[in-house]
Ligand binder design. Structure first.
Ligand code: ZN
Length: 271
């Protein structure tokens, strides 16, 4: 991973697009893309490209969270708020991610949606909470979202976008500009990484990983993992009735994913 000072230094390199592409091809430019910039993620058991620091992502997450809380109407419904806190805190504890100040906020909207930011802030829409039939199904949603945090999926997508930007010349443009403009360009790329799961769909790989971690957290928190199958099936059914929930557009589901979820539940011996 880049240190903050290395990251700050990046835009100061002066190089034309042609030189940059040649350097990338020869492996002389951005050696971090090939060497020390992957990190082992113990929750996933695989290495990830990681070009952004926890500090950078935390800062952007905080800004995004403040903006969301101003944009959406926060619900005052005491029952919904209690349920979000009750289920959310049990899943957060079971996930072992005590480094985050977890927060579970209910937005007063019919939208069937939920999302998470890498800093452990979870937005739950009333429409989604009303769709869940019990705490186990809400634990499915929160467990899955916590799985995306443990999987560092937003950071991975931002890193992949940065690498792709470098390859396609976005970096060359950024690198040739003044520092101030570059700061904005990089923040834009990082911010785009954060929009995965909020506005843009997660990849299939990320979905499968979040499913597995999510049901593991459910089981550890004494929720019934079998309810996750019922919940996702109901989301897919709603979709087939012509009213696709917003939640499914960012967390795409299909029969293949359901099969993987079922086989994980069986292999762990969960009920
Ligand atoms: Zn997901």
């Amino acid at each position: 991973m880049l240190s903050q000072s290395e990251f700050d230094a990046l835009p100061k390199v002066r190089m034309g697009r042609r030189e940059l592409l040649a350097g990338l091809a020869a492996g002389t430019v951005f050696p971090f893309a090939a060497t020390g910039c992957t990190a082992e993620n113990p929750a996933l058991g695989r290495r990830q490209l990681m070009l952004v620091s926890d500090d950078q992502i935390a800062q952007l997450s905080d800004q995004t969270w403040q903006a969301a809380r101003q944009r959406e109407r926060v619900s005052n419904d005491p029952a919904l708020r209690r349920q979000a806190d009750r289920v959310g805190s049990r899943i957060a504890n079971a996930s072992g991610m005590s480094q985050h100040a977890w927060e579970f906020v209910v937005f007063d909207s019919d939208e069937v949606n939920a999302w998470v930011l890498p800093n452990g802030k979870v937005g739950l829409y009333r429409g989604l909470m009303e769709t869940t039939r019990n705490d186990d199904q809400l634990a499915t949603v929160i467990g899955h979202e916590a799985g995306h945090v443990a999987g560092r999926h937003a950071q991975e997508r931002a890193s992949q976008q940065m690498a792709a930007g470098m390859a396609t010349g976005l970096a060359a443009v950024a690198l040739d500009q003044a520092d101030v403009q570059n700061a904005g360009a990089w923040a834009g790329v990082l911010g785009a990484g954060l929009t995965f799961g909020v506005l843009l769909p997660y990849s299939r790989r990320h979905e499968l990983e979040a499913d597995r971690l999510g049901v593991d957290y459910m089981a550890r928190a004494n929720y019934r993992p079998s309810e996750s199958v019922i919940f996702w099936q109901s989301m897919m059914d709603q979709s087939q009735r012509g009213a696709p929930p917003a939640f499914l557009s960012t967390h795409p589901s299909d029969q293949e994913r359901m099969n993987a979820l079922n086989s994980h539940i069986r292999s762990r011996g969960y009920a």
